[in-house]
Design a protein around this ligand. Sequence first.
Ligand code: SF4
Ligand code: FES
Length: 321
Amino acid sequence: MPKVTIDGKTIEVPQGTTILQAARMIGAEVTPPAMCYYTSLKTSGGYCRTCIVKVSKMSEANPNPIPKPVASCRTNVEEGMEVLNYTSPEIVEARKGVVEFLLANHPLDCPICDQAGECHLQDLSYDHGSDDTRYEFERRKFKKIDLGPFIQLHMTRCILCYRCVKVADQLTDERVHGVLNRGEVSEISTYITKAIENDFSGNMIDVCPVGALTDKTFRFKSRVWFTNPVSAHRDCKKCCGKVTLWYKGDEVLRVTGRKDKWGEVEEFICNECRFEKKQTLDWEIEGPTAIDRHSVISANHYEKIVEPSLFKLNDIKPFED
Ligand code: SF4
Ligand code: FES
């Protein structure tokens, strides 16, 4: 098992582990952000470059550095490898440049975007962006596109991470959307007017790191920080049936897959659970969902609740909006 050192912390990992996975095993303090890599989606990663790190020593056998930053999600660990992430001023500076590129065409519409509060690009720009913009050109413009009955695409917000394309490829029977064109004119598009109507298409909403793919049943209903996430499950024949219900008062405003501390869905869910089961009676309630990543969501929501067994929906009161 190769040993790798990241920002001075050493860990032994199974052969074939990437630098990003090794960093996650060590902890958040050494882990680079990842906007396109998604553990459960094969061949994801390698598109956004937010996860760049500096390899200061390639391996025990070859102690030379790699002369340019590498994408940690696509580079495997080697025995004796040494990696610098937050301890490298060049990487911190280079990542700022990556964030600047990702934001070059991204509209500053967070105040009206449904993803605000749980947007990875918002987090990324707070943590790694620069305070200023040097961009003087007109941003790309697109009309909103309906992708089937449940999903709306705001192409202006898309960062072309390809995660939704991988979901369509790997989870649904037939992919009817993808990235058309290349470079400045690339865009997510359905093939002609085909809608995405298969059972697992809703997972594209969960994997989209920004507000480009939004849930039409939830759009503009509430800011996410005014809702209360609650873990629940049901006996579903199509998927695991384990979800997070997002309540406002007694009303379930939306249903999503459960996410881990890296913001990735633990298990994908079907469209029936996501879009058609919006009554409390449809679900076995487990209790409040702990959300580490976006403290804004869970702040002060469950003051009165001591343990899940005492949990009652009426105990949680939404903030006024
Ligand atoms: S729509 Fe979202 S998930 Fe799809 S490529 Fe754009 S940013 Fe990524
Ligand atoms: S997360 Fe590695 S390139 Fe996007």
